[in-house]
Design a protein around this ligand. Structure first.
Ligand SMILES: Cc1cc2nc3c(=O)[nH]c(=O)nc-3n(C[C@H](O)[C@H](O)[C@H](O)COP(=O)(O)OP(=O)(O)OC[C@H]3O[C@@H](n4cnc5c(N)ncnc54)[C@H](O)[C@@H]3O)c2cc1C
Length: 503
């Protein structure tokens, strides 16, 4: 189990900012529903990690508010004592973003799960932040609309979490990430003010505060109501599975398709090792001998889809596809997707342990980067299975290892970090969709200069002058508001106190 930098001792848990946990709990209780304040250590444990379960911290206190006003009351209580707080949606995040603070309050949004309005005339849904990603789709589908961002965790992750992570999914190639689908929020600032930003209309004047909030990973405050776009359900969907000798040829097909001006709803790629894992887990029956498969999905008006479908199949054949399968119906389409959607869990069939990495590169360098990942794997003796959203260059290398074998976990970590290095080298980024969170904060200086990070910090400090909203996430060092950032002479007081490290 990893101990995050700065995780305090048990002794430190009893007091928070000079006030004891029981005192804060007693003060919050009247402002919240019955049983909405958790102090029992066993129950607190339920919330000790998110989807990145090797980091665990037990929060000092958990609260489960039911309204925006209640969230604001909790944040105000924290702000008046400089107590850190962390928002949590469904806890499926893969970068430790919702990892609690041991001397702070975890504000869990799971009781705020109502769809407040489906406004078909304006193509909007207004939802509470704990609403599960698929809920608005289920509500609007009978009327021919859906909520387009589709992370693979969409059956369980919350729209508050999607907003905070700017989550993507297979179909975000055509429809864009969450940022393109949020038009307004009711938001609690880290000072405890409840404010409205944006609404059902678009392009409000003034600074784009909504743009700053989406993707801010809970560091600028807490969304308590979210207005999202609803998208028209396409008239038709066509899906093709193309098998190639290797990822190089499959990569060329992707470039040719997009270069021709066709934007499929999704283009997903799996390499030989990922296919092997998926076959072992769900017997998806992909073409035998494939070194790579592409799943290309087109949607829209029938005539457009028919025309684009011909272009896609032609480009796949020209690039060297040796087999093309066309989904005849929804059952066959579901079978094509089954292998892809099961891929992460499926690698458990071929390896006892694995790291899910997440990076992004420009699409055109896919073949080069995959070749370099292959070399890393060969040199280190660590296998890497590749599954990715090929259309937008979002890689999900699965780095396989056996923790029981001496040194393998360390070598796997080195390979995983080296893959991020490749993403940066080729003009990409250290995260495509899983966020920076706790896990990747240390890699931020590999992408950004001190001046870049200081500029981001100015934005953070404008929202959160006390640095209490999800501290320790996204930024690599304890850059505190009020300091002259980036020009540190000697060690920061937090370093001297052993509370933080510089990586
Ligand atoms: C199997 C699996 C598949 C996944 N597939 C994808 C995928 O395809 N694409 C993708 O992008 N991600 C994917 N993820 C990652 C994860 O599901 C997403 O990041 C998701 O958006 C997190 O939502 P959550 O409700 O679980 O948020 P949490 O994990 O609870 O929180 C995530 C972050 O959001 C902040 N937060 C939560 N609620 C609020 C709020 N109301 N206001 C402000 N900040 C808030 C938290 O502080 C934290 O920083 C996957 C995860 C798993 C386990």
């Amino acid at each position: 189990m990893g101990v995050p930098p700065g995780a305090p001792s048990d002794a430190g848990r009893a007091m928070m900012g000079g006030m004891d946990v029981a005192g804060l709990a007693a003060e919050l209780a009247p402002a919240l529903p019955r049983d909405a304040v958790i102090t029992d250590r066993q129950r607190l444990r339920t919330y000790e990690c998110d989807g990145l379960a090797h980091y665990r911290v037990i929060p000092a206190l958990v609260v489960l508010p039911e309204t925006g006003e209640q969230v604001a009351a909790v944040v105000r209580a924290c702000a008046s004592r400089r107590i850190p707080f962390v928002a949590r949606g469904s806890g499926t995040g893969l970068s430790g973003g919702a990892l609690p603070h041991a001397e702070g309050v975890l504000i869990v949004m799971s009781k705020m799960r109502d769809i407040l309005e489906i406004d078909l005339d304006n193509q909007r849904a207004v939802v509470e932040p704990g609403v599960i990603n698929l809920q608005p789709t289920r509500a609007a589908q009978p009327s021919g609309y859906y909520f387009a961002p589709d992370p693979s965790s969409q059956q369980v992750c919350s729209i508050g979490g999607n907003l905070a992570e700017n989550s993507g999914g297979a179909h975000c190639l055509k429809y864009g990430f969450t940022a393109g689908h949020v038009t307004g929020v009711e938001f609690v600032t880290p000072l405890g003010e409840l404010v409205e930003i944006g609404g059902k209309a678009v392009d409000f004047p003034g600074y784009d505060l909504l743009g700053a909030i989406v993707g801010s990973e809970g560091t600028l405050g807490i969304a308590t109501t979210i207005t999202v776009r609803l998208t028209r359900t396409p008239e038709t969907v066509q899906t093709v599975l193309a098998a190639f000798e290797d990822t190089d040829t499959a990569g060329h097909a992707v470039s040719a398709i997009i270069g021709a001006g066709v934007i499929p709803a999704a283009i997903e790629m799996m390499d030989a090792l990922a296919i092997e894992a998926a076959e072992a887990a769900v017997q998806c029956g992909y073409p035998e001998g494939a070194g790579a498969v592409l799943i290309v999905e087109l949607d829209g008006a029938q005539a457009t889809v028919d025309r684009q479908f011909e272009q896609v199949t032609a480009h796949c054949e020209e690039a060297g596809a040796f087999e093309l399968r066309i989904a005849e119906d929804d059952t066959q389409r579901a079978l094509f997707w089954r292998g892809r959607k099961s891929a992460f869990a499926a690698v458990g069939r071929i390896s006892p342990d694995y790291i899910v990495q997440d990076g992004v590169i420009p699409r055109t360098v896919l073949p080069d980067v995959l070749r370099r990942i292959g070399e890393l794997a060969q040199d280190s003796g660590i296998r890497v299975a590749n599954v990715f959203h090929a259309g937008d260059g979002n890689l999900h290398p699965l780095v396989l290892f056996d923790a029981a074998v001496d040194g393998q976990a360390e070598r796997a970590e080195e390979v995983s970090v080296a893959i991020l290095g490749l993403c940066i080298e080729y003009g990409g980024s250290i995260t495509g969709e899983h966020g920076v969170g706790m896990d990747k904060a240390k890699h931020m200086p590999r992408m950004y200069t001190d001046e870049d990070l200081d500029t981001m910090q100015l934005v953070r400090c404008a929202f959160d002058p006390q640095s209490i909203s999800n501290p320790g996430k996204v930024f690599p060092t304890p850059r505190l508001c009020g300091e002259v950032p980036g020009r540190h002479k000697g060690a920061h007081p937090a370093q001297e106190a052993g509370l933080a490290e510089v990586f």
